[in-house]
Design a protein around this ligand. Structure first.
Ligand code: SF4
Length: 563
């Protein structure tokens, strides 16, 4: 019998991103408002005095795994924290000017105007890791219990009702045995559990099909974002505008583009997003990002700068038609886990925060009624649909499907959508998951010639191992590998022939390597799991769907500070 602690909580938030943090903070706010109203006799019902609101996060601290472009649309922040400026919200830059460039390999052409959805004037450039750390401070001040370093590893059910989450054990060696410092995880038994684990949540991945939340929905689509922050020398003038790019280095059959944003402290953020449905089995987002930095225009911006931090993360971009049902008995899905993203604006943080806040309001109603069934929690789905966030999601419903068919179709479809309230040029059903769209090497490249290894200069462009060093990533190596490959014989056989082991290319941290065994014999897959930056690309893009990412020991992973 396992000696495992149980802890009863009222509302459990799983994940320390903007959706759950905004939800936890807002829940504390609405409980306070309710209690004051009861005290003054303007509301019925009992006060909610000893309510326990808990948030767990797998990173060593809140923000350590937070990464985004990012330009924040401040609408939701204004409602959540009206005095956010006085309270020291970490705003890197207020957008006053922006440009959209089309890049060829050596040149740039400035678009005569920035299309409406990409107009960010008045928005804030933020670092998501700094921003979430700040939000966490506000939630803790209001009485929310935050537990960083505690990954959720198992959803607890009573039949089909979610009743909480089990956190990961600590102190297991690589063979699966308990070490001297073994500590079992805790069963957090919750009346309401809110899942905001980010894109491709490891709990949501199991739970969504089990509860049938994705019935009749399209499979989710994803991008991988690779980002670096660079610091300019003292006295150098920083950019005064935000820049978006299309074209080079993305091939025309792959959705993606670049961004360059000024930050505080004379820092500059560079990022590149690339679709995980790319047909090219050699597609490598890290390599494309290095090519982006080699473009004369981009390189001129970082000529005298030094690299501060590197990171990578996926984004759920499928949108409205891919969103699972958001409420179920005992819980709700929020943020990226729920696919809440406006692909027209390449923006999700404010929508995720809004989803967390609306989920908090539904949780309060459920607690007051003493009924946490889907029948009550479904008010969250309704209120999200009717909110400005829901309207934005509806307007963006067909946007990315056009880009799945090439950049020209994407641009035409985007223009048509802008004129028609989000309609599409055609009835495009996706039907396939991203990983099913990868083509085999021979048919795609016209030969079985292996990919030439990329060359890096070590000054502005780096190999994956050097970049991982700049992500602060650490894992205790004496623990079970958290990247579960269901059938290695596929990697060593079919995959090598058909796709030439694309995991070596698509992982932006160089985790997967095909190496000859010690005797110079067979080539086998080596998984350098300690390098994993938790981006989830492999879980999504592996063409056989046989990689399962599960959380490693709590607190391991990247240590982002300015991402
Ligand atoms: Fe991302 Fe998977 Fe590589 Fe980890 S192993 S960095 S989750 S692609």
């Amino acid at each position: 019998m396992e000696d495992r602690e149980r802890m009863e909580v009222d509302v459990l938030f799983v994940g320390g991103g903007p959706a759950c943090l905004a939800g936890a903070l807002h829940l504390m706010q609405v409980i306070e408002t309710h209690n004051k109203a009861v005290e003054s006799g303007t509301a019925d019902g009992p006060p909610l005095d000893e309510i326990m609101v808990v948030l767990i996060e797998k990173g060593a601290e809140i923000g350590a795994h937070g990464l985004s472009g990012a330009i924040l649309d401040p609408r939701t922040l204004r409602q959540l924290v009206p005095d956010y400026r006085e309270r020291g919200a970490p705003i890197e830059h207020v957008v006053q000017k922006e440009s959209l460039y089309y890049l060829s390999p050596k040149r740039k052409v400035r678009a005569p105007f920035t299309p409406g959805p990409l107009d960010n004037r008045g928005g804030y450039v933020i670092s998501l890791s700094r921003f979430t750390r700040w939000l966490a401070g506000l939630a803790a001040e209001k009485g929310c219990e935050l537990f960083p370093g505690f990954p959720g590893v198992e959803v607890l059910y009573d039949g089909h009702r979610v009743i909480g989450v089990r956190t990961g054990d600590k102190g297991i060696d690589k063979e699966g045995n308990r070490k001297g410092n073994f500590e079992p995880g805790v069963d957090l038994m919750a009346k309401v559990t809110v899942f905001g684990e980010g894109p491709r949540g490891s709990l949501a991945k199991q739970m969504i099909p089990k509860l049938g939340l994705d019935a009749d929905q399209e499979p989710m689509s994803y991008l991988t974002g690779v980002k670096e922050v660079w610091e300019l020398p003292d006295g150098a003038e920083n950019l005064q505008e935000v820049i978006h790019t299309l074209g080079y280095p993305m091939p025309s059959d792959t959705y993606g583009g670049g961004a360059i944003y000024p930050m505080s402290g004379n820092q500059i953020a560079l990022s590149l997003l690339a679709g995980l449905n790319a047909p090219d089995p050699f597609q490598d987002s890290h390599e494309r990002f290095q090519m982006f930095k080699e473009h004369p225009f981009v390189r001129s911006l970082i000529q005298d700068a030094k690299l501060v931090e590197y990171g990578a993360k996926t984004v759920s971009i499928g949108g409205y038609f891919c969103m699972p049902r958001l409420a179920f008995d005992g819980g709700m899905l929020v943020g990226d886990t729920a696919g809440i993203f406006d692909s027209r604006r390449i923006k999700g943080i404010h929508l995720s925060m809004r989803s967390g806040m609306l989920a908090a309001e539904a949780a309060l109603e459920a607690l007051l009624r003493g009924d946490t069934s889907r029948a009550v929690l479904a008010s969250y789905e309704e209120s999200l649909k009717e909110s400005s966030a829901g309207r934005d999601l509806w307007q963006a419903r067909n946007f990315h499907q056009g880009f799945d068919r090439g950049i020209m179709t994407g641009l035409l479809n985007a223009g048509y959508g802008m004129l028609t309230g989000g309609k599409a040029l055609a009835n495009w059903e996706n039907g396939k998951a991203d990983y099913e769209k990868m083509e085999q090497v021979g048919p795609y490249h016209g030969s079985d010639e292996p990919k030439k290894p990329p060359v890096f200069d070590g000054e502005k462009t780096f190999d994956k191992v050097t970049d991982v060093f700049h992500s602060g990533t650490k894992h205790n190596e004496d623990q079970p590998c958290h990247l579960h490959v269901e059938d290695l014989s596929i990697c060593h056989g079919r995959c090598r022939v058909e796709y030439q082991n694309p995991c070596e290319k698509f992982c932006p941290a160089g985790v997967y390597e095909m190496v000859e065994d010690e005797n110079g014999g067979e080539t086998k897959l080596r998984i350098n799991f300690a390098n994993c930056v938790h981006c989830k690309t492999c879980d999504i893009r592996d063409p056989y769907g046989i990689i399962n990412w599960v959380p490693p020991e709590g607190g391991d992973g990247p240590k982002y500070t300015v991402m």
